[in-house]
Design a protein around this ligand. Structure first.
Ligand code: TRP
Length: 326
């Protein structure tokens, strides 16, 4: 009898230990859902920066965290399904990369902490009440770029420009904001402005072609549709010998002339640092100001320049952070 109850005690103690171990093991792993709109270099870089910082802070995928990375391939219904899956799986934190991805996850949950990156204007996109104090479960980093410096560069390279053609997809709120800002700056510089709006990658050639005789230069902001259409835009621009200034460095490698833009890897790192504070319970998105990046890089593309018969002044080449096509 005595040994039987002893056995019972041992069995009970053992099973309690086992169960609690299992519970702990589950709680130990932090689940992070990542939703990226589409594959393009800026967004890939931001994701890489985010993961690297988490790793530096001791959060390593496959060890104490589990990252569920989803790429929506620029498809709206994918964005919705993937966001809903994260909510159903009760992930602990979500990283959303680019405006449409951020809007999809924010629509799916008002509880799970969301960090965003590469989002031009979180307030206009209705993700946050203000930059200083989001007041929602969404904080992170904006990639609003130095459009004034980008158009200033155009003026420096081509002082004779009189009419600027601004290309963008009118259904991307991030682009709408930038197009408007670019227009204001262009007018201040004494230029005339024409808009070329597209709704899909397929429109770009026709729109650029129809503007070709009427504009002296093109400006393309960080528009997710134009980013995928850069080779098509470059084809027309090179043929008609029109310079293209863009909103982000990667667009230059894909067929633009030059830009002064942000380093998306750094932006992703900054977002990762915010995530670490959330994971440690030191801060909540509601109260975390949305951050931005101030240092910029000058990127020039010699191949594109050659195709339009342009030679960069030496002092620009000396200042360039990255020269494409040497
Ligand atoms: N800023 C864009 C957004 O808010 C995303 C983006 C970042 C982007 N870098 C880019 C788009 C480069 C096109 C090209 O959605």
């Amino acid at each position: 009898m005595k040994s039987l109850s002893k056995m019972l005690v041992i069995v009970v103690v053992l099973s309690v230990l086992l169960v609690s171990q299992a519970v702990f093991a589950q709680e130990d792993v932090i689940n992070i859902g990542v939703l990226q709109l589409v594959e393009h270099a800026s967004l890939d870089d931001a994701y890489r920066g985010f993961v690297d910082v988490l790793k530096d802070a001791g959060y390593e995928d496959g060890k104490n965290i589990k990252i569920d990375y989803q790429n929506a391939q620029a498809d709206q219904s994918n964005l919705v399904t993937m966001s809903e899956r994260f909510v159903k799986d009760k992930v602990d934190l979500i990283l959303a990369i680019a405006t449409p991805a951020a809007q999809a996850v924010a629509a799916a949950t008002t509880d799970i902490p969301i960090l965003i990156t590469a989002v031009t204007d979180p307030v206009m996109a209705r993700l946050a009440e203000s930059m200083e104090k989001p007041g929602t479960n969404v904080s992170g980093t904006t990639d609003a770029g130095p459009i004034d410096k980008q158009l200033g560069l155009l003026k420096e390279l081509f002082p004779e420009v009189k009419t600027l053609g601004i290309l963008f997809n009118s259904s991307e709120v991030n682009s709408e904001v930038q197009a408007k800002q670019a227009e204001e700056i262009a007018l201040e510089l004494g230029w005339e402005v024409r808009f070329g709006t597209i709704t899909s990658v397929n429109d770009i050639e026709q729109v650029a072609n129809s503007m070709a005789g009427k504009v002296d230069a093109f400006y393309a902001p960080t528009d997710n549709t134009i980013a995928s259409a850069m080779p098509n835009l470059a084809k027309v621009a090179e043929e008609k010998k029109i310079p293209v200034i863009c909103g982000a460095p990667e667009m230059i490698s894909a067929g633009g002339l030059a830009t002064i833009g942000l380093d998306y890897y750094k932006l992703g790192r900054q977002t990762g640092e915010m995530a670490v504070r959330v994971l440690k319970g030191e801060a909540v998105p509601e109260e975390m100001p949305i951050e931005s990046l101030t240092d910029t890089d000058l990127i020039v593309n010699l191949d594109f320049a050659k195709a339009i018969g342009y030679t960069f002044p030496q002092e620009i080449l000396d200042k360039a952070t990255k020269i494409i096509g040497e």
